[in-house]
Structures are given as C-alpha cells and as structure tokens.
Design a protein around this ligand. Structure first.
Ligand SMILES: NC(=O)c1ccc[n+]([C@@H]2O[C@H](COP(=O)([O-])OP(=O)(O)OC[C@H]3O[C@@H](n4cnc5c(N)ncnc54)[C@H](O)[C@@H]3O)[C@@H](O)[C@H]2O)c1
Length: 287
C-alpha cells in the first residue's frame, strides 16, 4: 500500500480549498476528478479555476495551450463512485466530523485497496477521521494552506495508524505538484496553526492591553518583527469566523488559555464582521 504510482487524483469538495487543490494537481499534469454536491457547484469551481489559469496566461506565466491542457485534465462529478480508479483522494469538504465520517466510509468502500485517502482538515483529528476507514493505515493528513495554488506548504500529518509508506507517498506527491511538504504528528493545530493561532490571539489581546490602534499594531509587527502582513490584516484575510473556529478546536484539545479565542474576536464573528469576505472586519474592503 502507498507504493502505487499516483496517476489519478480525486478531490472531494471543490470549495475554497478543494478548487485550489484541484488546480494545483491539474497544473502539475495530474489527471484529477473533482466531486461537488451538485453539478452547478462543480461548474462554479471549474469557472474559478479557469479564471485563475486565465490570469496566469495574461501574466505570461503559462501559455494558452498549457491552460487548456490543464483544464482538460479536470473531470467533474457528483458521485463518489467516480473515484473508483483514483490512486489518491484528497478530501476537502465541510469541517464537520459527521460529514467526514460519512465521506470516508463511502470512499473506503469505493477506492482500490492500495489507494491513499487524505484529508485536508485544519482542526479535526486525522486519527478520528481515519477511524471511519477499515484500513486506517492508508489515511493521512495533507494540510494545504489557503490559497492552495500560491502557498507552498503542505503539512503531511501522520495519524496514529498511518503507515510510513503512505506518509512517504503523500510527501512525494506534494513535492511532485510543486509544494514544500513537511512531516508531523496528528496533534491539535499540527505545526503552523499550533503556533500561529495563539500568536494571533495574543496580538488581538495586546490591542486592548496596550491601547494600540489596529493600524499601529499591524505596523509594529511588520516593521518590528518583519511580518509580511500585519496580524489584523491577516485575520481579515483568513476570516474571523474561520480563525475563531480553529482557535476553539485547539483550545478544546490543549486547554491553554492563549489558545482560546479572545472575546473581541468572538463578538466580531457573531456580528458578521468576518473580514475580507464580508467587506468588513478590522478593516473595510471595497472589492
Ligand atoms: N479555508 C481555509 O483557510 C482552510 C485551510 C486549510 C484547510 N482547510 C480545510 O479544508 C476543508 C474545506 O474547507 P473550505 O474552506 O474549502 O470550505 P468551503 O466551505 O469553501 O467548502 C466546503 C466544501 O464542502 C462541501 N460540502 C458541504 N457540505 C457537505 C456535505 N454534507 N457532504 C459533502 N460535502 C459537503 C461543499 O460543497 C464544498 O465543496 C475543511 O476541512 C477545512 O478545515 C481550510
């Protein structure tokens, strides 16, 4: 298991992450089948991918012929059964354990014995997701970052029962599609979120403690700590609701006070001030 060459990939869910992961795969020359819950949502995802590849052509980072070839590698479906001949399936569906369990049971019953099942979960336990498979050895975390086509890192997450062969195969695949993978254990937040989430929570707490403005906090971390982007601008980009959800998950796993989302962020999430996607978070956005 895990030694099969990965010729065909399945992506479950073509939302923000799934569409990005499918784009990464087809751009790297891999035949990919993407599954959405309706044909309309699948078509929307294809249009989104076509739009981003079109921009790459405009910027002369790829030719029109390469774009067409990449889009030609993407097949759409609404049926899990169409993953039967996939060597690797990457699940990027809604972050809910019941949804993931249902999908992994269906995938487990569909794919070949030697196929690898990966989850892109950020905050759930890969071990717990793998429990829905009769062969948890073949289940691994492949945690891409948003936006997947632009962010190089993929955390390859070794769950309790993942075989080393499967970890190695997922790692090699991430490298093959142009990413920079790392290996890590299945602990809350894995590596980046385990560090970044409490750090961003601290930044928000300092806003009130130090009586610093949002603009000055971002300026402080950009010009004093060399961050490419200020913490509140980053929270707006990630989505306040997404951050609060991830923060609560890490808090429930580790119970360290810094992991818990600050009340100020919870209030923003409740008020619909979610950042860029709602046009307003710490800052206001026109686009
Ligand atoms: N957004 C991020 O920054 C980010 C980063 C890394 C990992 N992730 C993880 O990626 C996964 C997807 O997140 P996203 O941000 O792309 O979400 P999204 O809301 O953009 O997409 C969710 C997908 O799940 C599908 N879906 C919804 N309900 C379903 C159901 N009942 N059964 C099957 N599919 C269903 C939707 O059709 C959609 O394709 C989550 O596990 C999330 O934790 C998200």
């Amino acid at each position: 298991m895990g030694t099969t060459e990965i010729r065909k990939v399945g992506v479950v869910g073509l939302g923000t992450m799934g569409a990005g992961i499918a784009q990464v795969c087809v751009q790297a020359g891999v035949e990919t089948v993407g599954r959405e819950i309706s044909a309309e949502l699948g078509e929307k995802a294809r249009e989104k991918i076509a739009h981003f590849l079109g921009r790459a052509v405009e910027k002369e980072r790829m030719t029109a012929k390469e774009r067409d070839a990449a889009l030609g590698r993407l097949a759409l479906t609404t049926e899990i059964a169409d993953f039967a001949d996939c060597d690797l399936v990457i699940e990027a569906a809604f972050e809910d354990i019941a949804v993931k369990h249902e999908l992994f049971e269906a995938l487990d019953a569909t794919v070949r014995e030697d196929a690898i099942l990966a989850t892109n979960t950020s905050a759930l336990s890969v071990t717990q997701i793998a429990a829905a498979s009769r062969k948890p050895e073949r289940v691994v975390g492949m945690h891409f970052f948003n936006p997947a086509p632009l962010m190089p890192l993929v955390e390859i997450v070794r769950a309790q029962r993942t075989s080393e062969e499967v970890v190695d195969a997922a790692y090699a695949f991430a490298q093959r599609v142009g990413k920079e993978p790392i290996r890590c254990n299945d602990t809350p937040g894995f590596v980046v979120n385990r560090i970044l989430i409490p750090l961003l929570n601290d930044c928000v707490r300092v806003l009130d403690e130090a009586g610093v403005s949002v603009e000055d906090l971002d300026k402080a971390m950009r010009f004093g700590a060399g961050w490419p982007m200020g913490p509140t601008a980053l929270l707006d980009l990630v989505g306040i609701d997404v951050h609060v959800h991830a923060s609560e998950a890490i808090w429930s796993g580790l119970r360290e006070p810094r992991m818990a989302p600050p009340p100020r962020l919870k209030a923003m999430a409740d008020a619909g001030l979610l950042g860029r996607k709602t046009g307003r978070g710490f800052f206001e956005y026109d686009d």
